[in-house]
Design a protein around this ligand. Structure first.
Ligand code: PEP
Ligand code: MG
Length: 901
């Protein structure tokens, strides 16, 4: 049988059979819009008759060098005959003309990125008969000029502005602000002028044959898949380039035939904050593009309740029916033609992070989805949103609020304003400026600037305008429809109540409230208090098996980590404490000491500092484990740089020869030179340092146990875990751990207390991973230091690679992704797996965690789950994300198992 390229809307069962019953595959075949229309048709909702040309046809067309595959056109013609039968009209038949739209529709929505042509089937003859049939000349010529305009630009490649200029001139001549107010005769002349523009620009006539219109429009939609803006959008939205777009041919229904007509777009819930209300924009006597383009000030959908009460009820019922059926918030397009409601689209609605979380939680309450499904649906990026700064309340109070617009994409944005996408992108990328992009309204051509901006501000458009959709999808704070702003793109400024604001001025936007402030408002670190998020994370905690701990050096970090849900400290980097101003000179004296008594003196001074540090951590983490890593970096990091000292010594030799200052500096220089290492990351650091200067790590262990005993004495439940870094050979642990355990016992004996403690090591050198079985003979726990383990497994420097060739490798796809961001499962991951198994073979209850940066990366968290780690440890701000990711790892495994079965 010949390949089926075309499915009528009432042939969805056939599409489903072809896709093996898999709805996702139906969506791949028919695109989101086509699948939705066909599915609504199946559900007996009012969908205008039509058909879908498949994405497979698009791919075949593009692969064949823009040639229709065999059979496609015949199938389109046959489908058209069926649509004629269903509507009782004839395509190109002047006695009763059928008009159709040609709409793109990829699997994943790409707002405005590809093309649509409306009113196909109009020509001079059908236009005339439409006038006779409808008695509405204005409507017919408005439709006709739209066809020539859209067809001219989309299909024949004429610049949109050429048409827009003509309309603008007529609006100006008649003193009206909107095309709908132009007199009928003007619309006729405009249609003729548009045809002249097409001929002049392309050397071809606007085709009057409806079938030629249909064929060319189908091709134009196919081609738009490879258009630059669609390509860029797919890159930004991580949509595969080989999916292709479907083409939907839909009987035209008209929202612009008079006052009993209208059109609108809505979401079945509020997609900004997730609340349970229908939310959208609506216009009486208009076509769909008038609503989404933001060229006319739209009405809120709620106003339809008064204007068209019965239809509003019908629409509400359909919304509920669709939500129940899809178990998801829907994004709907509808048109009302002479009092009859028609559904033109339904698809899962894009939403902000806030809305995604609230909707998932509410849907569990409504019995639409399970808790597992809610946890599965929310993306780690949604949780990430809550972990970004918000405006400081005090600073906001003092700020100068100049206007309020629609709060369409939440979050705080501070930046300098600019008025075009190219400048926004250049300022952000090259000049590293924070940018707020201001437009009257945005179009798909602005997307690159919008993505580069910290915030988006428009003076026109509604909640479903292009600006709002794109901002929400990419989590960029946005305020739209701020009508108080008079934006002048040519002068590159806007005015509000006479005050002029110029390009480069600073602004602060609150996408959660719609408020616009001039100047910069300071921001504060976030706190996780949203009740919906807390509920969702609670469910994630019920599901996950992995523990989630935090990397925290100071009590305040620990406190924050705990408030975000951390169940322990997986890494306290003790050397950070050595850098504090009052301590550094003591540390330097300790390093440069010439005798052990001199060194002991400095260490004795450092001891109380360290004890206080650990005391604070234990108190903050009362009842939870605290992993304290002994000093790790090479000593010279605590000393002034060799280059700097050389400059200073040279200068002093010239300016103050023989001075004591010079002698001191010379001594320091020679000590620094003595410690110089060509490869310090492979040098005297980690456990090697502890072995080289045993008094130093003994002091740290003393501080840990003295603090632990003091805290325990105050009733705090302490669980210190002493972690030895950078082990490569079991013999290192034998020396170091034995000495340190001795110190620990000594402190406990002095204090007359016993503490629940462990000694363990980091696994961050491949040799340690390979010999983990032996190492577990000493170490009571492992923690993977995947920063070093990645560096040493790949043999690439973690400090330099991301500035240089590594990025080139990723761009050239030599490496699939950055191994410092996501665990390289095939290499580093294999070493981890081997170490977990060997370690537990020696010590079955060996606790294993990870404390490299990967611990907060959702993909790596999934790997840690599969590798049976006990916990991941990450920065406090990643803790909520890791909680969700750890639960999703369980759900992913369940899903894989059920698919296998
Ligand atoms: C690591 O190497 O992954 C680690 C956590 O230690 P650091 O980053 O301090 O070297
Ligand atoms: Mg390390």
């Amino acid at each position: 049988m010949a390949k089926k390229w075309v499915y009528l809307f009432n042939e969805v069962d056939q599409a489903e059979a072809y896709a093996g019953g898999d709805w996702e595959k139906v969506r791949s075949l028919l695109g989101g819009k086509g699948a939705g229309l066909a599915d609504m048709n199946r559900g007996q909702l009012p969908v205008p008759p039509g058909f879908t040309v498949t994405t497979e046809a698009c791919n075949a067309y593009l692969a064949a060098g823009e040639q229709f595959p065999a059979g496609l056109w015949d199938q389109e013609l046959a489908a058209m005959k069926e649509v004629e039968r269903q509507t009782g009209k004839g395509f190109g038949d002047p006695s009763n003309p059928l008009l159709v739209s040609c709409r793109s529709g990829a699997k994943f929505s790409m707002p405005g990125m590809m093309d649509t042509v409306l009113n196909i089937g109009l020509n001079d003859a059908t236009a005339q008969s439409m006038v006779a049939l409808t008695g509405n000349e204005r409507f017919v010529y408005d439709s006709y000029r739209r066809l020539v305009q859209m067809f001219g630009s989309v299909v024949m490649g004429v610049s949109k502005e050429d048409f827009e200029k003509v309309l603008e001139a007529y609006r100006h001549k008649r003193g009206v602000s909107n095309d709908a107010e132009l007199p009928i005769d003007d619309l006729k002349t405009i249609t003729a002028e548009f045809k002249t523009i097409v001929r002049a620009a392309t050397g071809r006539d606007f085709p009057s044959d409806p079938y030629e219109q249909l064929k060319l429009a189908t091709e134009a939609v196919f081609k738009s898949w490879n258009g630059k803006r669609a390509f860029d959008y797919r890159n930004a939205a991580k949509i595969a380039h080989d999916l292709g777009t479907a083409v939907n041919i839909v009987t035209m229904v008209f929202g612009n035939m008079g006052q009993d007509c209208g059109t609108g777009v809505l979401t079945t819930r509020n997609v900004s904050d997730g609340s349970q209300e229908i939310e959208g924009d609506f216009l009486i006597n208009a076509q769909g593009e008038d609503v989404v383009s933001g060229t006319r000030q739209t009405l809120r959908i709620a106003e339809m309740k008064n204007l068209m009460p019965e239809l509003y009820v019908e629409l509400g019922n359909i919304c509920r029916q669709l939500e129940k059926y899809y178990r998801e918030t829907q994004d709907i397009e509808f048109t009302i033609e002479r009092g009859k409601l028609w559904m033109l689209q339904t698809r899962n609605a894009k939403r902000t992070a806030q809305a995604a979380i609230r909707i998932a939680v509410d849907m569990v309450g409504e019995g639409l989805i399970s808790k597992d499904e809610a946890v599965w649906r929310v993306q780690p990026e949604h949780v990430d949103f809550y972990l970004h700064p918000q405006f400081d309340a005090g600073s906001r109070k003092k700020a100068n609020k100049i206007a309020v617009g629609l709060n369409v994409s939440p979050g705080a944005a501070v930046g300098q304003i600019t008025f075009d996408a190219d400048t926004a992108e250049r300022w952000a990328k090259e000049d590293k400026k924070a940018v707020i992009m201001v437009r009257q309204e945005t179009t798909p051509n602005d997307v690159h600037g919008m993505l580069a901006a910290k915030g988006i501000l428009t003076s026109r458009g509604g909640r479903t305008s292009h600006a709002a959709l794109v901002a929400r999808q990419f989590g960029i704070p946005a305020v739209v429809g701020a009508s108080a702003l008079d934006v002048d793109l040519e002068k590159r400024q806007f005015t509000v109540d006479g005050a002029v604001y110029k390009e480069g001025d600073w602004f602060s936007l609150d996408g959660s409230t719609g408020e616009i402030y001039s100047g910069q408002i300071s921001t504060v670190p976030p706190e996780v208090s949203d009740p919906y998020l807390l509920k969702l994370l609670g469910w994630a905690d019920e599901i996950r098996r992995l523990g989630v701990w935090a990397n925290a050096d100071y009590p305040a970090d620990a406190q924050r980590a705990r408030s975000f849900g951390a169940e322990g400290i997986g890494l306290c980097r003790t050397e950070h404490m050595f850098f504090e101003t009052e301590r550094l000179p003591i540390v330097q004296r300790m390093i440069l000491a010439k005798s052990s008594s001199e060194r002991d003196e400095s260490l004795a001074k450092l001891l109380p500092f360290q004890r206080a540090d650990f005391d604070g951590l234990f108190r903050a983490m009362d009842g939870l484990p605290v992993t304290i890593r002994l000093i790790d970096p090479p000593m010279h990091e605590f000393l002034p740089s060799q280059e700097q000292l050389l400059v200073e010594v040279t200068e002093l030799r010239l300016t103050k020869p023989g001075s004591t200052e010079l002698t001191e500096k010379e001594k320091l220089l020679s000590a620094v030179q003595g410690m110089h290492e060509a490869n310090p990351m492979l040098g005297l650091r980690g456990v090697r340092l502890g072995i080289h200067i045993p008094e130093l790590t003994r002091m740290q262990v003393r501080a840990i146990f003295e603090a632990a005993c003091d805290c325990a004495g105050d009733g705090i439940d302490v669980h210190p875990k002493v972690m030895i870094p950078l082990t490569s050979h079991i013999n290192e642990l034998k020396v170091q751990q034995t000495a340190l355990e001795e110190e620990a016992r000594q402190v406990m004996a002095e204090k007359g207390m016993t503490i629940d403690y462990q000694f363990g090591t980091m696994i961050e050198i491949p040799r340690a991973a390979v010999t983990a079985g032996a190492i577990a003979g000493m170490a009571q726990f492992f923690s993977f230091g995947t920063n070093d383990l990645t560096q040493m497994t790949y043999g690439i420097s973690r400090d330099d690679a991301e500035k240089g060739f590594l990025i080139e490798y990723i761009e050239k796809k030599i490496l699939p992704e950055n191994p410092f961001a996501s665990i390289d499962e095939d290499g580093v991951g294999q070493l981890m797996d081997m170490a977990v198994k060997a370690g537990r073979a020696t010590r079955p209850d060996l606790e294993v965690g990870i404390c490299g940066e990967h611990g907060g990366d959702p993909k790596s968290v999934d790997f840690c789950h599969r590798t049976n780690l006990n916990y991941v440890s990450c920065s406090p701000f990643r803790v909520p994300i890791a909680r969700l990711a750890a639960a999703q790892a369980v759900l992913r495994q369940k899903l894989a198992l059920s698919v296998e079965k």
